[in-house]
Design a binder for this molecule. Structure first.
Ligand code: KG4
Ligand code: ZN
Length: 331
């Protein structure tokens, strides 16, 4: 079964053609990051406009690269939640038009389910159950993946998501957007010499990054006021170490509790320190660890085509009045 995936929830306009939920025939991503960088973060209005301008061309490229045309696909899968509402609507409306004109079913896909399905594109033999930490710019959800379309949220960020905290701290340190990879690069050159809080929040598997973020920002601001120099490399290393510890310990413990594999996904899953530390903890507990290839960690449409396959098999299709939703969990 061949599915066209469309993703426009944030600042990437993406289209992809995926076979049977596992094989990527094409994956085109047009990043708007250079434009948003000028403003230090994503500007929703600009994101929506750019999606509208480029989605048709990006989709054509995805069809061409895969060697199929709209008549050759079985369904159109599109991200309908969660994300920036205007950005989501740009992709959803385009997908509706294509679905109507090509007479193919429309399959609405939750973006977080998409990040989880990215794992299947890299690991052909991976099957549920496993525990996935979806760590992206907007979400930190620890999810028990019971089946391809059956999920239970074990824990989540009670305030800022991990990526959001990384991006905000990076901004305070004068680094460009997106901050995660910048913090990572800086941290590699430093040592974790700064004492930072180890916040606990809510349930056993919930996470909180707001207090940690504020602690780092306070260190930077109070040094500025006193005219003191901070060691940015060491501060980045201290902050990254804390973020990594918070995420990796919970993931390894959750997977070990259920005696099933662990997985990292979402943009933050590209972080080398996070992968390494989670590997160590999982190895100690005898738990296998999976994460997607880098090209499927950040936002992309192949993961939406992949998730769309399983949703379609489960009988999920949408009418042409399907709405988009800015915030939702995995539903
Ligand atoms: O999944 P994603 O591409 O978009 C959302 O759905 O939000 O995640 C973006 C997040 C950003 O916060 C970015 O700073 C972070 O992923 N990120 C990283 C790395 N690469 C991207 N964080 C840490 N280390 C990285 N190497
Ligand atoms: Zn994402």
């Amino acid at each position: 079964m061949i599915i066209l995936g469309i993703e426009t929830s944030c600042d990437e306009t993406a289209a992809a053609v995926v076979k049977d939920g596992r094989h990527v025939l094409s994956s085109i991503i047009a990043s708007q990051v250079d434009e948003h960088k000028l403003y230090g973060g994503v500007v929703p209005e600009i994101a929506s406009r750019r999606h509208i301008e480029s989605i048709a061309q990006i989709t054509r490229q995805a069809f061409d690269q895969a060697g199929v045309d709209p008549g050759g696909i079985d369904a159109v899968a599109v991200t309908h939640a969660p994300g920036l509402i205007g950005a989501l609507l740009a992709g959803l409306n385009f997908a509706k038009g294509l679905s109507y004109s090509a007479k193919k079913p429309l399959v609405p896909v939750n973006h977080l389910r998409g990040h989880i399905a990215a794992l299947y594109l890299t690991h052909q033999n991976l099957e549920p159950p496993f525990v996935a930490f979806v760590v992206s710019g907007g979400h930190s959800h620890l999810v028990l993946v019971k089946g391809y379309t059956e999920f239970e949220v074990m824990g989540r960020a009670v305030d800022d998501a991990a990526g959001e905290a990384l991006d905000k701290v990076a901004r305070t340190l004068g680094l460009p957007y997106p901050g995660g990879p910048e913090i990572s690069r800086l941290a590699e050159k430093g040592s974790p010499t700064y004492a930072l809080p180890d916040p606990h929040a809510g349930g056993e598997f919930d996470v909180s990054f707001s207090g940690l973020k504020t602690a780092v920002i306070n260190i930077v601001n109070s040094a500025k006021m006193k005219g003191e120099e901070i060691n940015k490399e060491n501060l980045a290393a201290s902050f990254e170490r804390r973020v990594v510890e918070i995420l990796s310990v919970r993931l390894a413990n959750a997977a070990s509790k259920h005696n099933i594999p662990a997985a990292l996904c979402g943009g933050v899953a590209m972080n080398t320190a996070l992968r390494q530390r989670t590997h160590e903890l999982c190895a100690e507990k005898g738990v296998a660890l999976y994460y997607p290839h880098d090209s499927f960690c950040g936002d992309n449409a192949a993961m939406i085509g992949g998730a769309g396959y399983y949703e379609y098999l489960a009988g999920t299709t949408a009418p042409l009045n399907q709405n988009a939703f800015a915030s939702s969990g995995l539903n």
